[in-house]
Design a protein around this ligand. Structure first.
Ligand code: GLC
Length: 557
């Protein structure tokens, strides 16, 4: 029988066929070794491998010419994203610009700041109503209609690319919205789709898991399972009730995501932010995070892209303790093979911890003992704030090593940034208080947490100066630490907390630090007498300095 892969590739000119074969050869082991470990024991594994090969070939054949040229450029320079010239900028499309095409009206602004990478916060079609800020995806094949269409996406990413800006989008891999077509099919009894999720007929097994699981949203979504009358089943729902955890033990789920990823890659996405990856594999008796299989899945997803769309890189979103974080840049057999970027959550936490305690002992200890330099084909995404809350991830061991009590220090940080601790400069809000563990997290913008809001209220010129100094020091830290600095929209202007979020119908208080862009203030960005002007020009200077410092290339240890 004729090999279907060969038949598909036969439609291509010879050199494009060769390229596919060469890339397959290069990444074959990186792809199939982990897949064999994950799924090799299951009946139907050979058919799965055939289907995967076919999908890779098909997407390569469909890949537009300009993106194939980009692939070639990045084959020649696979470490492009490690460059000291990289600067990331993160925003919600509506809050930054309006609709997708309106983003193009602000490219001058991005260029002025030095941005080479934009992260569109969740932009695929979410469920209606509450959607966890778009992280409850109903359709991975469509753009959120509030923002535009896939054609708009294609046009915008192409225009950005022409200006030297790569586009990053979220790919929510741990769960789908319960309204996703797979979930709907499961609901109507499709055995195939029931196996895409983690469902249980009675509560015994969920209860066993629950005894070691943590809770991500103890306030708004306690527990990790939800019972549905119509299904007669318990469904694994780590985050919110409407977000159903996928079953990555099922190779069909892997195949589906390869399809999704490569489709979006062929439309112009260049970076995938793989959401909540720590949770992808479950193991009884554990907290079901950071399991070794997660790194196998991430390696296989990346290898699939290196074969069919090698311009793509992956960023892992794993907000985990310092001891588990490094593995997301690849350690042991996964060295240089898992995510290209991972959020440096510890650097972020330690920045805030040091600011509050006026002491760098804990920061120095944590960064020295858990984060050796010298990654292969990978680096950190460094950041001060993002759209999420800050979890005070300080372990007992690390605190103890510098003479602190872990619980007491975490409580101090939560109090300090909630504005409760005497003498604090910060104005933030409490998030997800868990009375059982005492855990409390914090919301607030960079500027409000850094003291700008309070100083402006007090009319304190000294306070304003100090807050600006904190903000710029933070930017210097993320620009100089090693990795791609990821600026959160508005932080370059010192935007303050948005207390009006509830009135706009948002229940989740993380919206306090997701304000809409203040273009009136932005218009004064070069005015040295304005607060925003001082911050903007300061940040701009830091980023220019970064770009002029080749030592900051990720390959320099
Ligand atoms: C990630 C996102 C967060 C979301 C969660 C569930 O952590 O950053 O905003 O709530 O995943 O998708």
């Amino acid at each position: 029988m004729e090999d279907p892969v060969r038949r598909i590739l036969a439609t291509l000119p010879g050199h494009d066929r060769d390229l596919f074969s060469l890339r397959l050869e290069r990444s074959e082991r990186d792809l199939f070794d982990p897949l064999h470990r994950l799924y090799g024991h299951q009946p139907g594994y050979d058919e799965f491998v055939d289907a995967l090969r076919l999908a890779l070939a098909r997407h390569w054949v469909e890949r537009p010419l300009d993106l194939r040229a980009l692939d070639l450029r990045r084959d020649l320079n696979p470490d492009w994203f490690l460059s000291e010239r990289m600067v990331g900028y993160v925003f919600y499309i509506d809050r930054f610009a309006g609709r997708l095409r309106d983003v193009l009206d602000h490219v001058d602004y991005l260029e002025e700041l030095g941005v080479t990478y934009v992260h569109f916060m969740p932009c695929l079609k979410p469920r209606q109503g509450e959607s966890d800020g778009g992280y409850s995806v109903q359709d991975y094949g469509a753009i959120d209609p509030r923002y535009g269409t896939l054609e708009d996406f294609e046009a915008v990413t192409e225009a950005l690319r022409a200006r030297g800006i790569s586009t990053c989008i979220d790919l929510v891999v741990n769960h789908t919205a319960k309204e996703h077509a797979w979930a709907e099919a499961a609901r109507s009894g499709s055995a195939r789709h029931l196996a895409y999720y983690r469902m249980y007929d009675d509560p015994t097994i969920p209860q066993q898991y629950e005894s070691t699981l943590l809770e991500v949203f103890p306030d708004q979504a306690p527990g990790n399972f939800t019972y549905y009358d119509d299904l007669g089943k318990w469904v694994w729902t780590t985050f919110n009730e409407h977000q159903w955890d996928l079953n990555w033990e099922n190779p069909e789920v892997f195949l589906e995501f390869v399809e999704i990823m490569l489709t979006l890659a062929n439309r112009g996405a260049e970076v995938f932010r793989l959401d909540a990856v720590a949770f992808m594999w479950k193991r009884m008796g554990t907290i079901c995070q950071n399991q070794p299989e997660v790194h196998d899945i991430l390696q296989a997803l990346r290898a699939a892209c290196r074969i069919a769309a090698p311009a793509i890189i992956h960023k892992a979103e794993a907000i985990v303790p310092p001891t588990d974080l490094l593995a997301y840049l690849g350690t042991g057999r996964h060295t240089g093979k898992v995510a290209n970027l991972a959020y440096h959550n510890s650097l972020m936490v330690q920045f805030w911890s040091s600011l509050a305690s006026r002491d760098t002992a804990l920061m120095t200890h944590v960064l020295r003992s858990h984060f050796p330099p010298g990654h292969r084909h990978a680096t950190w995404g460094t950041y001060l704030r993002c759209h999420d809350d800050i979890g005070w991830a300080v372990t007992e061991e690390d605190a103890g090593a510098v003479g602190l009590d872990g619980g007491a220090h975490r409580a101090f940080l939560a109090d300090f940034y909630e504005g409760l601790f005497p003498g604090t400069f910060a104005k933030g809000w409490r998030f997800q208080h868990n009375p059982t563990t005492g855990d409390r997290r914090t919301n607030g913008t960079l500027a409000s947490l850094s003291g700008l809001e309070r100083a402006l209220e007090d009319g304190s010129a000294d306070g304003v100066d100090t807050a600006i100094a904190r903000i710029l020091m933070g930017h210097a830290l993320i620009a100089g630490w090693g990795g791609v600095p990821l600026l959160y929209m508005g932080d370059e202007l010192g935007m303050l907390n948005d207390y009006g979020f509830a009135a706009k119908g948002e229940l989740d208080s993380r919206w306090i630090h997701r304000p809409a862009m203040d273009w009136t203030t932005a218009a004064r960005r070069t005015d040295p007498s304005s607060v925003a002007g001082r911050i903007f020009t300061g940040v701009q200077h830091i980023l220019r300095t970064r770009k002029a410092t080749p030592h900051l290339h990720g390959n320099v240890p």
